[in-house]
Design a protein around this ligand. Structure first.
Ligand code: PEP
Ligand code: MG
Length: 315
């Protein structure tokens, strides 16, 4: 019996009407990849590489980064993908050795891919380290805080250059959907990227104009706000029209009330803290895709996040 219970963790999450949703883990530390696998994660859906940079007094060099990333690839093996988000600093994530000039609005300033593109050599070293560490294991590279296709192309050009240089195999390259402009222009963007991963923490912040860490307002920064859900729907529909997959890697993915809504909107993958993987898988197994789709359609008609929460509570 005990052995059976143990194995259930490694089974995929399939709805009652046979629709599979991939459940992956978010990591800030590659040493935790083994634990994520043991909890049933089917891959890493978001490696927050900035934490690796923050753990060093200076930018980690190529070899240091290779050995850090390799630890995660070794734990994941050949069958579980790793989505590595390139360095995402600025805004709420300072990096001591990368000072950013004083800005009136850091959340609207130099952060994410905008900041990384001001130091392309740092991005290039990171991409070289990721491609080298992956070897032939399934690496997916993802850029943070992208606002349009031009930023994606600028960052992707670095991947292409390094790939040619070291003759690395092709990998999927995608973007985070964290800025409303990307959700609105998802039909165009989807023609250029391999996948989207929706960062609902920042997407909610920028859609509702509420600082995600604000002491009084952050409770109102609810990813179940219908405006955010409409952007998620636009993203999923645009991606699927081009045959791309879509994940959600923000907090909303591990909100038990939100899981049926995200499944109903057609999201292909949920990436959550490793300890939440069993709960999210269990939640998916209780759902039917048909009911979730109907639920999502109804929820999209509601006017506020409170109405959405009330409706979900009533069910
Ligand atoms: C997000 O914004 O939802 C996200 C996953 O990125 P982070 O929380 O690291 O900003
Ligand atoms: Mg973010």
């Amino acid at each position: 019996r005990e052995r059976k219970a143990y194995d259930a963790r490694f089974e995929s999450a399939v709805t009652t009407d046979s629709h599979r949703i991939e459940v992956c883990a978010n990591l800030g530390n590659t040493a935790h990849a083994k634990d994520a696998v043991e909890r049933g994660a089917e891959g890493v859906g978001l490696l927050r590489t900035e934490f690796i940079f923050m753990a060093h007094p200076d930018a980690p060099d190529l070899d240091t980064q290779i050995s850090e990333y390799r630890e995660a690839f070794d734990a994941l093996g050949h069958d579980r993908p790793l989505v590595a988000r390139t360095l995402d600093v600025g805004g709420d994530k300072p990096l001591d050795y990368w000072p950013i000039p004083q800005e009136d609005n850091p959340f609207l300033g130099l952060r994410g891919i905008r900041l990384a593109l001001t130091r392309p050599e740092v991005l290039e070293t990171q991409i070289r380290a990721l491609l080298t560490a992956a070897d032939d294991r399934p690496l997916r590279i993802m850029f943070p805080m992208v606002k349009d296709v031009a930023e994606f192309h600028a960052a992707k050009a670095i991947v292409d250059r390094v790939q040619q240089d070291i003759k690395a195999p092709d990998v999927q390259v995608g973007v985070m959907i964290e800025i409303p402009s990307c959700a609105i222009l998802a039909p165009t963007l989807a023609k250029h990227v391999d996948f989207f991963s929706i960062g609902t923490n920042d997407l909610t912040q920028y859609t509702l104009a509420i600082d995600r860490g604000h002491s009084q307002l952050s409770a109102q920064a609810d990813g179940l706000h219908p405006a955010v859900l409409h952007l998620i729907k636009m993203t999923v529909d645009a991606a699927h029209a081009e045959g791309r997959w879509v994940g959600v890697c923000g907090e909303l993915a591990s909100d038990a009330q939100a899981v049926p809504v995200l499944v109903g909107l057609g999201v292909d993958e949920l990436s959550v803290a490793a300890r939440q993987v069993p709960m999210v898988k269990a939640r998916i197994r209780e759902l039917s895709m048909a009911d979730s789709t109907q639920l999502a359609e109804r929820i999209l008609m509601l006017p506020t996040a409170a109405d959405v929460r009330d409706a979900l509570e009533d069910m």
